[in-house]
Design a binder for this molecule. Structure first.
Ligand code: FAD
Ligand code: NAP
Length: 338
C-alpha cells in the first residue's frame, strides 16, 4: 500500500538545504512498491523524480509530480573466486555505511570512496569517484526497472556506459529505476594512494604501506579537513566538473600559468576547476545567502534560506569569471530538477 503525501517538504531531503516542496511524495521499500509508485505517476501523467540522499540535486522551489524516495535495503555476499566476491546491495543503503561495512567484513576496493554522501542506487548514476577510484571500476551489474521497455533488466558494467562522473543513467533521466547494485570486491587488499593529499596524510602519520583501515581513515581525514559537512552547511559537493581541454589549449594556459595543476586524461588534459575558480579570485566569495566555500572553491554553499535561483546566479558568475580569465567553460555537476 503506497502512502502518498501531498505538498511534501524536501528541504531536509536535499543536501543543499534548498527550500523545496514536492507536489507528491512517497517512500518505497520494495521493488513492487517502486513499480506501483511509477504506475501511479504514469496513470496521472505526472513527471517522476527518484530521490536518494538528495546530495547531487539542485531542486526548484516547487517540484512537480511524484518524488519517489528509494529505501530498498539488503546486502548479500557471494564468493566467486579465490579472493573475489560479488556483493549485491539494495539501492536505498547509505553509501558511506556500505563502504564501512565492506571494510568491517574484510571486503576491499571501496576505501577511496569513503564519506561520499548519498545512496548506493545513485552512485552509478554519477559514477561516483574520488582519489583515483570510480564505482564503475568495481561494478559488476545493476538491476533496474526500464520504463521504456516496461520490464526489469540486469545491466552489465559495459551497458552502464560509464564516463567521468557520467553514465547511461544521466543521459536518460528518469528512465531507469535502480533497485540494487552488484559490486566485485576482493578479500585481497591493494592500496591506491597516488593522490598527493592522501600521500601527505599517510606520510604525516609515518605510514608507508597503509592497511585498509589506515587508507579509509586517511580519506576521511582529508575530506573532513576540506569539505563542508552538509548537516552544518548546505552544499552538493563539487558544483562543477573538472574541465578536460585539448593539449593545445593546455599548453597555451601552462605558458601563462606555469604552476597550474593538470593531469593527462584519455580525452586531453584535465584541469582542476577548483584551482581555476580560486585564481579567478572567488574562493570565499559571498553573494547574499550563498557563496564559494572558503576552503574548497569547487563547492558552492548555502548559508541559509537559499533558493535555486540564488545558487544559479552565483554559478553563472563563477562560470563567467573563469571563462573570461582562462577561456575555459565549466559544466555543472549536480542535476537541476526540474
Ligand atoms: P540524489 O542526489 O538523490 O540523486 C542524484 C541523481 O540520481 C538524480 O538524478 C536521481 O534521480 C538519481 N537517482 C537516485 N536514486 C536513484 C535510483 N535508485 N535509481 C535511479 N536513479 C536514481 N560525488 C562524487 O562522485 N565524488 C565525491 O567525492 C563526492 N563528494 C561529495 C561530497 C559532498 C559533501 C556532497 C554533498 C556531495 C558529494 N558528491 C560526490 C556528490 C554526491 O554525493 C553523489 O553524486 C551521490 O552519488 C548522490 O547520491 P544521492 O543518493 O544523494 O543522489
Ligand atoms: P584535489 O585532491 O585537491 O585535486 C584537485 C583535482 O585534481 C581533483 O579534482 C582531481 O580530479 C585532480 N587530481 C588530483 N590529483 C590527481 C592525480 N594524481 N591524478 C589525476 N587527477 C588528479 O581534489 P579535492 O577537491 O580535494 O577532492 C578529492 C577527491 O574527491 C577528488 O577525486 C574529487 O573528484 C573527489 N570529490 C568529489 C566531489 C564531488 O562532488 N564530485 C566532492 C569532493 C571530492 P578528479 O576529480 O578527477 O579526481
Amino acid at each position: 500500500m503506497l502512502n502518498i503525501e501531498t505538498d511534501a517538504d524536501l528541504s531536509e531531503l536535499n543536501s543543499f538545504a534548498l527550500a523545496a516542496r514536492a507536489e507528491f511524495f512517497v517512500r518505497v521499500r520494495s521493488e513492487a512498491e517502486l513499480v506501483a509508485a511509477c504506475h501511479w505517476a504514469e496513470e496521472r501523467k505526472l513527471p517522476l523524480l527518484l530521490l536518494g540522499g538528495g546530495s547531487n540535486l539542485v531542486l526548484a522551489a516547487q517540484v512537480p509530480g511524484l518524488v519517489i524516495q528509494v529505501d530498498l535495503r539488503g546486502w548479500t555476499v557471494e564468493t566467486t573466486g579465490e579472493a573475489q566476491v560479488s556483493v549485491t546491495i539494495g539501492a536505498g543503503n547509505n553509501w558511506h555505511a556500505t563502504v564501512q561495512r565492506a571494510l568491517d567484513e574484510g571486503l576491499f576496493g571501496l576505501e577511496n570512496l569513503a564519506l561520499i554522501p548519498g545512496t548506493v542506487g545513485a552512485a552509478p548514476v554519477q559514477n561516483i569517484g574520488a582519489y583515483g577510484v570510480e564505482i564503475g571500476d568495481l561494478l559488476e551489474s545493476i538491476r533496474c526497472f526500464d520504463r521504456e521497455q516496461r520490464s526489469w533488466r540486469e545491466l552489465s558494467k559495459a551497458q552502464c556506459q560509464f564516463g567521468y562522473r557520467d553514465s547511461l543513467f544521466k543521459r536518460y533521466p528518469g528512465r531507469f529505476l535502480i533497485s540494487w547494485v552488484r559490486l566485485r570486491l576482493s578479500r585481497n587488499f591493494s592500496a591506491n594512494f597516488r593522490y598527493a593529499a592522501l600521500q601527505q596524510a599517510l606520510q604525516d602519520q609515518g605510514v608507508d604501506t597503509p592497511s585498509p583501515q589506515q587508507l579509509f581513515d586517511a580519506v576521511c581525514q582529508v575530506r573532513r579537513a576540506k569539505l563542508p559537512d552538509p548537516k552544518q552547511l548546505g552544499n552538493a559537493g563539487s558544483f562543477f566538473k573538472n574541465p578536460v581541454v585539448t593539449r593545445e589549449k593546455y599548453l597555451q594556459l601552462a605558458q601563462a600559468y606555469p604552476q597550474m595543476p593538470a593531469y593527462s586524461d584519455p580525452h586531453g588534459m584535465k584541469l582542476a576547476a577548483g584551482w581555476l575558480i580560486e585564481q579567478a579570485g572567488l574562493k570565499g566569495f559571498t553573494q547574499g545567502c550563498v557563496g564559494v566555500h572558503r576552503l574548497q572553491a569547487l563547492v558552492l554553499v548555502n548559508y541559509g534560506g537559499a533558493q535555486r535561483q540564488d545558487i544559479e546566479a552565483l554559478a553563472a558568475k563563477v562560470r563567467s569569471e573563469v571563462e573570461t580569465k582562462f577561456g575555459v567553460c565549466l559544466e555543472q555537476e549536480p542535476i537541476a530538477y526540474p
